[in-house]
Design a protein around this ligand. Structure first.
Ligand SMILES: Cc1ncc(COP(=O)(O)O)c(C=O)c1O
Length: 371
C-alpha cells in the first residue's frame, strides 16, 4: 500500500483505522511501519496518545468527538475532520493563533448512489456522516470556516461500500473536483478514507484504486499538488488473523449431530451476519481415516441457540480436533462482547515463534473498572 501510494504522492499518508482492530500490538505494529493513527472517538484519540502517536500524526474523525480532545487535536496539529455543526462552533473556543494554520477538514456527505448505483452501504437512504454537498450544508460550513478565519486544509470522503470497487474512488475523485472548482478551494489534503480490498486475487489492487484518483487529480491544476490521506482497516489486518478453536464434545440429538467448539461466533461474527467462513480442520490424530458422517452442526460456547457456525459433512470431528477460522482480523476483536467468557488470549506468530500479546481476560480483569 505504501509503495502504491508513494509512487503517486511522495508525501501520501496512511492512517491505520483503529476501530478495525484495536489490539495494542497491532496498532504498535502499524506505527512501526510508519502509519499514522486514524481515530474516531475521544477514547481512540487518548489510546493513540498513550501508544506514542504524536498529535501531528493523528487523523481525528468521527461524528461524536469529545470537546477537550477536539480542541487538543486542533491546537496540536492533528488532522481533524469535522463532522457536525457542534464541532464547527467549538473551533471558536480554540486558541485563535492556531486556527489559520490548523489541519481542519470537512467530511463531505454526497449521494454516492448517483455515481455507483447499488454499491453503497445505505442505498437511497443516504450516508449519515458529514455535511451534505447537495443540500448546501457543506458550502455553509466552508463559509463558516472562512468567516472565523479557520484554515480549511482538506476534505474527507470515506465511503463504506458493499463492493469495494474502483468506481467508488472514481466517484470520490470527481466529487472532490466538482467541489474544489465550485467553491474555489485551495486544499492541502484530500482524505479518501478506507474501504479497499487487501491484495486479493481477482480484486482491485492498491495500484488500481490510487491510479483512479491520480488520473483525475494529476491533470487538475487545483488538485495536482494536494496530498492524499488513506485510512485503511480491513485491507491491512483482515486476512492476517486466525481464530483457533478446539472440539470439546460431539452430541447426537433426535434429528441432528452437534459439534461443540470452545470458541464462539461472537468472537468472529459479532454482528451475527456471516453466512460462510474461511476455515480449515486439523485432526488431533491424523492416523484415523477421515470418515463420512451425518452432517455436523458446529456450535460455540455461549448459551445462545444461534451460536452455530456452519454445517460440515466431512471430516467427522472428534474432541481435540481443531477448527481454525481464517481471515478474521477486521471488525471482530474490537467488536467482541464480554459475553459469558471474557476476552480470549491473542498470540502473534513472528519468525516462527508464537508470542502471547494479550493474555486471556479473567474475572479479575473484568472487575477492575467496576466498584
Ligand atoms: C471513516 C472511516 N475510515 C476508515 C474506515 C476503514 O474502512 P475499511 O476497514 O473498510 O478499510 C472506516 C470504516 O468504516 C471508516 O468509517
Amino acid at each position: 500500500m505504501l509503495t502504491a501510494l508513494h509512487t503517486r504522492w511522495s508525501r501520501g499518508i496512511v492512517g491505520y483505522s483503529f476501530k478495525t482492530n484495536n489490539l495494542p500490538w497491532v496498532i504498535r505494529f502499524m506505527k512501526d511501519q510508519g502509519l499514522w493513527a486514524e481515530v474516531v472517538s475521544s477514547d481512540e484519540y487518548r489510546l493513540a496518545e498513550l501508544l506514542g502517536f504524536d498529535a501531528a500524526h493523528i487523523i481525528f474523525n468521527g461524528p461524536v468527538k469529545g470537546k477537550s480532545e477536539f480542541m487538543d487535536a486542533v491546537e496540536h496539529g492533528a488532522v481533524v475532520n469535522i463532522d457536525s455543526k457542534r464541532e464547527l462552533h467549538w473551533l471558536e473556543e480554540c486558541d485563535k493563533t492556531f486556527l489559520d494554520h490548523a489541519n481542519i477538514g470537512l467530511r463531505v456527505n454526497f449521494c454516492i448512489e448517483e455515481y455507483c448505483s447499488g454499491e453503497s452501504q445505505c442505498g437511497s437512504e443516504d450516508g449519515r456522516f458529514g455535511f451534505s454537498y447537495e443540500r448546501g450544508e457543506l458550502y455553509d460550513s466552508i463559509r463558516y470556516l472562512r468567516k472565523i478565519g479557520a484554515n480549511l486544509a482538506g476534505l474527507h470522503l470515506h465511503c463504506s461500500s458493499k463492493t469495494r470497487s474502483v468506481h467508488i474512488y472514481k466517484a470520490i475523485a470527481s466529487v472532490v473536483q466538482k467541489i474544489v472548482h465550485e467553491y474555489h478551494l485551495d486544499l492541502q489534503y484530500v482524505d479518501i478514507g478506507g474501504g479497499f480490498f487487501g491484495g486479493m486475487v481477482g480484486k482491485p489492487s492498491f495500484d488500481d484504486y490510487f491510479e483512479a484518483i491520480y488520473d483525475v487529480f494529476s491533470h487538475d491544476p487545483l488538485l495536482k499538488n494536494v496530498n492524499i490521506i488513506v485510512e485503511p482497516g480491513m485491507s491491512l489486518i483482515g486476512s492476517s488473523v486466525s481464530y483457533v478453536t478446539e472440539v470439546v464434545d460431539v452430541k447426537k440429538t433426535k434429528n441432528n449431530l452437534f459439534v461443540l467448539l470452545d470458541g464462539s461466533r461472537i468472537h468472529i461474527d459479532p454482528l451475527m451476519r456471516k453466512s460462510s467462513y474461511t476455515y480449515h480442520v486439523e485432526k488431533k490424530d491424523n492416523s484415523i481415516k477421515a470418515s463420512e458422517c451425518d452432517e455436523q452442526i458446529l456450535c460455540g460456547f455461549t448459551c445462545m441457540e444461534n451460536d452455530r457456525f456452519f454445517k460440515l459433512k466431512a471430516p467427522e470431528l472428534q474432541p481435540g480436533d481443531r477448527v481454525i477460522f481464517e481471515k478474521v482480523g477486521a471488525y471482530t476483536m474490537g467488536l467482541s462482547p464480554q459475553f459469558i467468557s471474557f476476552y480470549p488470549p491473542v498470540a502473534v506468530m513472528q519468525n516462527g515463534e508464537l508470542k502471547v500479546v494479550r493474555r486471556k481476560n479473567e474475572a479479575e480483569d473484568f472487575l477492575k473498572s467496576n466498584i
